[in-house]
Design a binder for this molecule. Structure first.
Ligand SMILES: [Zn+2]
Length: 221
């Protein structure tokens, strides 16, 4: 696979739309590399320096790490994994968070000579997003995310390790409202931008994980 043929898949959608779940299914099936800004920031926040502490503080408040800081971490990771991306393709989860980031990312893709960029929007309503976010849980032991869809709603303990399930600390109603608000203001212009570039593929997200995956898979193949 040449750089030009490497598939770059950007997953977008409101918080709770199932991006993480769909990303995992795609990785299992196609072997893509994964780059998630949530994971990147959580990892960076554990470093006990100025930015580490500040990133934790900002995330705890449900606010966003500003673009220059976020993008530096993101771009460093891209550089680190670029050879693997050239072999396997890449899934990007959590970016862009704005039109400005979409443009910065395009510059980065050009730099690495990646041309097959596909943007998949997992479309769920604001109300559905709110329900999923206030009700989804995480395993206290292994950090597995338990989404608020289908059979997961009645799960009592983690099906991987038997650990206790708790509500995630960044999923309090105030933080969720802030995230849905910024989506409207900042992420939607990025979605319009991709739509104009004919790179946007919309997948209706308010269905079972399997049904959504079926359409996501078609978009990727
Ligand atoms: Zn667990």
């Amino acid at each position: 696979m040449s750089n030009k043929e490497s598939k770059i898949i950007i997953l977008l959608g409101r918080s709770g739309c199932g991006k993480g779940t769909q990303a995992k299914l795609l990785i299992k099936e196609f072997g893509f590399k994964y780059l998630g800004s949530g994971d990147l920031l959580r990892k960076r926040s554990k470093k006990n320096d100025f930015s580490g502490k500040k990133i934790k503080q900002v995330m705890d408040m449900g606010e966003r790490v500003p673009t220059p800081i976020m993008f530096r971490i993101w771009a460093e990771k891209i550089e680190e994994i670029k050879d693997e991306v050239n072999k396997k393709g890449l899934i990007i989860d959590g970016n862009p968070r704005s039109l400005r980031e979409a443009k910065l990312m395009n510059n980065a893709f050009k730099w690495y000579e990646w041309e097959d960029i596909r943007v998949i929007l997992l479309d769920i309503s604001e109300q559905e997003a709110f329900d999923r976010l206030t009700k989804r849980r995480i395993c206290k032991e292994c950090n597995k995310l338990i989404p608020w869809v289908g059979d997961f709603r009645t799960m009592k303990v983690c099906d991987d390790c038997g650990g206790e399930l708790i509500t995630r600390s960044d999923d309090k109603p105030k933080a969720i409202r802030a995230r849905l608000e910024y989506y409207k203001k900042d992420v939607e212009p990025a979605i319009d931008y991709y739509d104009k570039q004919k790179r946007l593929i919309k997948v209706y997200g308010d269905r079972s994980i399997e049904d959504v995956h079926y359409d996501v898979k078609k978009a990727v193949e």
